[in-house]
Design a protein around this ligand. Structure first.
Ligand SMILES: Cc1cc2nc3c(=O)[nH]c(=O)nc-3n(C[C@H](O)[C@H](O)[C@H](O)COP(=O)(O)O)c2cc1C
Length: 261
């Protein structure tokens, strides 16, 4: 397994395919922010319409006799049953040993194996994980830098340079409009796009999204196991978030944030 410079992938990437994917992705960027709050809105739907349109199931046919029960005997206490998303975080601190436990399903299964705890199309593993400490009370945090980049094969973290002050990060992910309390930790799932696009082209984008979904679900279950709570978050501006971590938004797409506390 070679350690190659991350921009080396661009040599093998079709620039037109890459540009089109990025242009499409940018259409979904979140622009509800202090700077644009007077001219932007999430939607204009009335709440009664939203109530009808959310949380329901899609029936393909009118109710008929050929309906088969899917009720099972599985207990709700099964490890595979997730908790509901946390509405308000009031836990201010998570031990660093617990942080390590939380990311454990995302690392290599065995020493000397490139296989990880989640599947990845073509074993490319294009998702890069940033573990961010959002609280001042984490006394056992191992370094001055508050953002750590996970190295899943080596089972190590590298400290993100100049991340001693996480105020810009907090401004980019914790919007004033929604009060969810104070999550102690944020995991930022970013997709390093050259890695997936060079091989799978347009389809690589789809597979990158699915990979992150499988990763945050594993983390969600692990968070439950260690007695904490989590909530996924997509209400942030990609460019602001990348800037606060110090990564290039044309290479790394921050696909989702997971708050933990
Ligand atoms: C990809 C993704 C992004 C999400 N982004 C947000 C968000 O920005 N803000 C929020 O309040 N909840 C967010 N959620 C949480 C959902 O609103 C929540 O999962 C849904 O209401 C179902 O509730 P439950 O998780 O408690 O079962 C997100 C969930 C997913 C899967």
């Amino acid at each position: 397994m070679k350690n190659i410079p991350h921009d080396y992938y661009l040599r093998f990437t079709d620039p037109l395919v890459y540009e089109r994917i990025l242009n499409f992705h940018c259409q979904g960027n979140f622009i509800i922010h202090d700077a644009t709050r007077h001219s932007t809105s999430l939607h204009f739907f009335e709440s009664k319409h939203l109530e009808d349109l959310t949380g329901n199931e899609l029936r393909l046919y009118p109710p008929s006799k050929s309906i088969i029960s899917a009720d099972s005997m599985t207990s709700l206490s099964s490890d595979l049953h997730r908790n509901e998303s946390c509405d308000y975080f009031d836990k201010s601190h998570i031990d660093f040993d617990t942080v390590k436990q939380i990311v454990e399903p995302l690392t290599s299964r065995q020493h000397n194996s490139f296989k990880r705890g989640y599947p990845s199309a073509g074993a490319l593993y294009p998702t890069e994980i940033f573990v961010c400490c959002l609280t001042d009370q984490a006394l056992d945090w191992p370094c001055e830098e508050r953002i750590l980049h996970l190295l899943p094969n080596s089972c190590e973290f590298e400290a993100v340079r100049n991340s001693e002050d996480v105020t810009p990060l907090k401004i980019s992910i914790l919007t004033k409009d929604t009060d969810i309390g104070s999550p102690a930790l944020a995991i930022v799932y970013t997709s390093f796009m050259p890695k997936t696009v060079f091989k799978y082209r347009y389809r690589g984008y789809r597979m990158a999204l699915m990979e992150v979904g499988s990763m945050y679900m594993l983390t969600d279950l692990q968070v439950k196991k260690v007695g904490l709570q989590s909530r996924l978050w997509s209400a942030y501006n990609d460019t602001m978030l990348c800037k606060s971590i110090g990564i290039n938004p044309a290479l790394f797409l921050p696909l989702c944030v997971q708050f933990i506390g």
